[in-house]
Design a binder for this molecule. Structure first.
Ligand SMILES: [Zn+2]
Length: 210
C-alpha cells in the first residue's frame, strides 16, 4: 500500500501526473500481481455496467496489481476490470499519446467529461480490444478526452489525454459501462470485426465463453 500512496501526484491544475517514473511504477504493480486470462465478447460481465468501487482497500490494490500483470501479458495499453472477469469500475492504462509520451495509471469510477463542441475534433484511427482478439476497425472518436474518478485510495482525480491515449481513456471507460468498441461500429464493420476474431488466434490466454 505504501508504494501506491505516492503513485499518483496531482498537478496544480487538478490533473493527475501519470507520465513520471512510468517504468518503475508499472513494473512494481505487475511484480506484485498475477496475470489472469482475458474475457471476450459474449461473456456477460463485458456487456453490463460494472459496480462502483466503494472499498479502497488491500483487495482493490491486489486487483489493480493483477490488472497490470494481465495487461502486460496480453500486451494491452489499457485494461478494464471486467476484462479479467471482475465486476467493478476500475481501469488501468499504460499508453503512449500522439506526442510519444507514456502514461501509466489507474482510474476507479471513471466518468467521461462532456467536451465543448469546439474541442471535439474527431480522429479516425484503428482501434482494437483484448476482448475482441485479433480484430481491428477504424472508429472515429474525439482526439482529446478528460476523465474524472478516484485513485486506488479513493482520492478524487482527473486524467486527460490526447490522440491514442484519449482513445484509450474513452475505450476503457466504455468497458466499465458495458460497451465494447465494436458496439460503436456500423453493423457491417461490427460483423467484419467478429469475423476477424473468429479467424484469428489470440496470443494470450482467454476465458472460454459458456
Ligand atoms: Zn477493450
Amino acid at each position: 500500500m505504501s508504494q501506491q500512496e505516492t503513485d499518483q501526484q496531482v498537478e496544480n491544475d487538478g490533473f493527475v501526473v501519470d507520465t513520471e517514473d512510468c517504468e518503475e511504477r508499472e513494473q512494481a504493480y505487475r511484480a506484485r500481481g498475477t496475470s489472469r486470462p482475458i474475457t471476450v465478447v459474449g461473456n456477460p460481465v463485458l456487456h453490463k455496467e460494472c459496480k462502483d468501487v466503494t472499498e479502497f482497500d488491500d483487495k482493490l490494490a491486489a486487483l489493480i496489481d493483477d490488472m497490470f500483470a494481465s495487461q502486460r501479458t496480453a500486451e494491452g495499453v489499457g485494461l478494464a476490470a471486467n476484462q479479467i472477469g471482475v465486476d467493478l469500475k476500475v481501469f488501468v492504462y499504460d499508453c503512449m499519446d500522439d506526442e510519444g509520451v507514456r502514461h501509466v495509471g489507474v482510474v476507479c469510477n471513471p466518468v467521461l467529461e462532456e467536451l465543448p463542441a469546439d474541442r471535439r475534433v474527431l480522429d479516425e484511427s484503428n482501434e482494437g480490444c483484448l476482448s475482441v482478439p485479433t480484430a481491428y476497425a477504424e472508429l472515429a472518436r474525439p482526439d482529446y478526452a478528460e476523465v474524472s474518478g478516484q485513485d486506488a485510495e479513493g482520492n478524487p482525480i482527473r486524467v486527460r489525454g490526447t490522440g491514442y491515449f484519449a482513445r484509450c481513456l474513452q475505450h476503457e471507460t466504455d468497458h466499465l459501462y458495458g460497451y465494447l468498441y465494436i458496439d460503436r461500429l456500423s453493423k457491417r464493420d461490427r460483423k467484419d470485426a467478429l469475423k476477424q476474431m473468429a479467424e484469428g488466434t489470440p496470443r494470450y490466454e482467454v476465458v472460454p465463453n459458456a
